[in-house]
Design a protein around this ligand. Sequence first.
Ligand SMILES: [Zn+2]
Length: 258
Amino acid sequence: MPVPADTTEPTTSGTRPAAPLWVAMYHSVGDCSDDPYRVTVSPGRLDRQLGWLRRRGLRGVSMADLLAARARGGGRDLVGLTFDDGYADFASAALPVLKRWDCGATVFVLPGRLGGTNEWDPLGPRKPLLTADGIRALADTEGLEIASHGLTHVDLTTADDAELGAEVGGSRALLGELTGRDVQGFCYPYGTVDRRAADAVRSAGYRYACAIDPGPLTGPFALPRVHIGENDTSWRLLLKYRLNRLRRRPVPVTGEAP
Ligand SMILES: [Zn+2]
């Protein structure tokens, strides 16, 4: 049964309040046979998931495009698509699928590990990360946004001040040089965020940051996201979509973080 994308918000003043943001979190796109952290979806599964979105009248876009549309009062049919860690398979496996469904995305990369691997994960296969040239090519691709995941994939809640500054501000400066663009977004490694980390991100000049779970810091500098994995078939996506709408308060997308 088709379900309207957005009809359940209470109306108090003639204009509907902002709906909760729906932001999907992906990592690697490729072979899922050895995937202890469940961070990989196959290209075929991603294809079916994006097709499911499009059939519901929704379209995946970068966080920058999603937040800009929301700030203008629109974007109710847009879903944020985010890919963490900057795996090289984004360019080879995810991008062709995104293009097929006319979707954009944000890629959160690690400029301190250009051309490296996911060494921070003790288990599972080593996966190559994007090189500097690879990141530049994506930054020049219509609909894609390159944003920061820090320098080297450090839990910011345990970093000392110098490390916090380098991971947050240093990565923004490096990515700005690399892409020649203003870097608007940050994504907390492991999704861990505290007030100090969120303040560091805001004062480094970012406009938004992605976390994972909703919490007391939820706002433009700790946007919750929904993990989407290989097991997320259409009915599970529908369930997640509905739960997201029920459980999450609308997030203000302009102004200061709480
Ligand atoms: Zn990560």
